[in-house]
Design a protein around this ligand. Structure first.
Ligand code: FAD
Length: 546
């Protein structure tokens, strides 16, 4: 077992400390003292800040630690290793609020959307005393779960309460992967993870290198954060769709709900997510500056998880510390397109992720245990606005076109069109499943996916699948199943903001998170929520006047 000591005053950070996968617990302090060249008594305490693994050599997988250590002679050690990039003073990662409002704000800030971005923006504003009003078009998470399962189990879609819309946002029914490659010099990601742990996430998310929490825990966590925001004087209103914005002379003055109710405010955070197509249309109609941006389209692929474990971990497949194996692969196709794996969900299931009637969209989720029989991932092709020329909303129409086509190919009842990988590569329709049972609910309709996406995407994926075989043995197995279409990989547009974090042409409007094109995942959306909350707080206090 791994020993995790609490280290109240970490002083030295050691990175890239490598130990064999199956090392005994006492090997870790021994490796630390050896690395620092000190006697055991010189190490007072230590914490594992991060633990990852390096599986490039399957037969010799190593654990890679980042350690924060308290030692008797900090100055001496730092001086001795001053040229060693892996031994440094431990950075201070505690979060520092930019404001602390005494008494209620004159006008309360409004946040539209209660996904990871709106949640973190709401929480941080509430913690600073700003009592935000949060408007969410969907329902509370437990009611929303029933509606989401209504589509998965009964073919019934509720366009206002589904995988995309409702308390917790798009990532609620997900794998709950909590890592990102964003630059984070102020350690906001740490604040997000710390708040998640406080709200019930497992503590390990703070130190494993690729943390995930799975669907059920996310549900509980989201409820706990909602309660904290309310306890701090914030207000969260569900089933309140923002249908219009009030703008006077380039300054935002409030929002109008679908019910007709107006809420006056000078500061609105737009944390809409990438599926709020009607809201994007409304904002475009109001003249809010936005531009088309690249995103990706493709399919979900499913393999037996055991195949991926074996290919990645060899004899260590099934090791508890490694968990179910993931992968990240990319292929540059001859037609100039890049094909890559997206949102890989080990031991999970493919989910129906549409928010609009008459459309089919795939995505993936898992439980914390990642114990389902199949591994799934998006296999997607990068596309750019040149592929969907027109106004900034053209990407939405492009997505709609292919999602409608998938609905039609799936038989018109929310089943996803699917095909065996072997048949897809050969270009023949599938009529029978093989050894891989697809997990998509409400069901998979076997067909030919050749016309389900633009030809350049089909061509690139056909070339990539056999090429991926070289990276993961068995990847292009005949019976692996493709389902489609994967179109909501990120927002097809950006609601551009300036240095002050406000819309380029509407002051007081703060576009944020994935929908505005500033995040791509739960963690990065949460981090952007903190950034935007700080910008709003500073503007409200006149520190950074519009
Ligand atoms: P969202 O989470 O989309 O939240 C936006 C919210 O705004 C929604 O709740 C919506 O109802 C609300 N809203 C929209 N318009 C209005 C309006 N007009 N009025 C009021 N409310 C409105 N990311 C990961 O990092 N790891 C994963 O494992 C992962 N798995 C995923 C699995 C699935 C099935 C899906 C769909 C996504 C997954 N993602 C994952 C992506 C992740 O969920 C998003 O990147 C993240 O949720 C974006 O956060 P956000 O707050 O910007 O937007």
């Amino acid at each position: 077992p791994l020993l995790l000591y609490q280290c109240p005053n970490p002083m030295i950070r050691i990175t890239e400390l490598r130990l064999p996968l199956e090392h005994p617990a006492e090997a870790l302090p021994a490796a630390i003292t050896e690395r620092l060249g000190i006697a055991p008594a010189g190490l007072l305490d230590f914490t594992v800040f991060k633990r990852g693994y390096d599986a490039r050599k399957r037969d010799a997988i190593v654990l890679v630690y980042t350690i924060d250590a308290t030692v008797t002679d900090e100055a001496g050690i730092l001086a001795k290793f001053n040229k060693d990039q892996h031994i440094n003073p431990a950075p201070d990662t505690t979060y520092k609020f930019v404001a602390n409002l005494q008494g209620p704000p004159e006008i309360r800030p409004v946040i539209v959307g209660f996904g990871p971005c709106g949640i973190m923006a709401g929480l941080v504003l509430a913690q600073m005393g700003f009592r935000p009003i949060i408007l969410e078009r969907g329902k509370k998470v437990r009611e929303r779960t029933k509606d989401t399962w209504g589509l998965w189990r009964k073919h019934q879609l509720n366009p206002e309460s589904n995988v995309q819309f409702g308390e917790g946002g798009a990532g609620t029914f997900s794998d709950g992967k909590l890592y990102s490659q964003i630059k984070d010099p102020k350690h906001y990601g740490r604040k997000v993870l710390a708040e998640f742990v406080k709200a019930g996430a497992p503590e390990e998310i703070l130190y494993v290198s690729k943390p995930h929490i799975g669907t059920f825990r996310l549900v509980k966590m989201v409820e706990n954060i909602r309660r904290e925001i309310e306890a701090l004087g914030g207000e969260i209103r569900f089933q309140q769709q923002v249908a219009d914005v009030l703008i006077e002379d380039g300054q935002l003055r409030g929002v109008v709900l679908a019910s007709g109710e107006q809420i006056r405010t000078d500061h609105v955070i737009l944390a809409l997510g990438h599926s709020a197509r009607d809201t994007f249309q409304m904002l475009f109609g109001c003249g809010v500056f936005m531009e088309a941006k690249p995103f990706s389209v493709g399919f979900r692929i499913e393999h037996p998880q055991t195949l991926i474990d074996k290919a990645r971990f060899g004899k260590y497949a099934g090791n508890a510390l490694l968990g179910a194996a993931d992968y990240k692969i990319v292929h540059h196709a001859q037609n100039g397109r890049s094909v890559y794996s997206f949102c890989m969900c080990p031991g999970g299931q493919v989910v129906a992720a549409t928010s609009e009637p008459g459309r089919v969209v795939t995505n993936g989720m898992s439980q914390y245990s990642r114990a389902e029989r199949n591994a799934n991932a998006g296999i997607v092709v990068g596309i750019t606005p040149e592929d969907y020329p027109g106004n900034p909303l053209a990407g939405l129409e492009f997505q709609r076109q292919w999602e409608s086509r998938a609905y039609e190919l799936g038989g018109g009842n929310y089943e996803a069109p699917g095909q065996l990988v072997g048949d897809f590569i050969k270009g023949i329709p599938s009529t029978q499943l093989g050894s891989v049972e697809p997990s998509y609910q409400p069901g998979v309709h076997l067909t030919d996916l050749a016309t389900s996406l633009p030809y350049y995407a089909i061509e690139a994926i056909r070339e990539a699948l056999p090429a991926f075989e070289r990276q993961i043995k068995g990847f292009s197995m005949y019976d692996a199943v493709l389902t489609g279409v994967e179109t909501r990989t990120s927002s097809p547009l950006r609601i551009t903001r300036g240095q002050d974090m406000q819309s380029l042409n509407v002051k007081g409007l703060y576009p944020a998170g994935e929908g505005a094109g500033y995040a791509g995942g739960i963690l990065s959306a949460g981090v952007d929520g903190i950034r935007i909350a700080e910008a709003v707080a500073e503007a409200m206090l006149g520190k950074n006047p519009p």
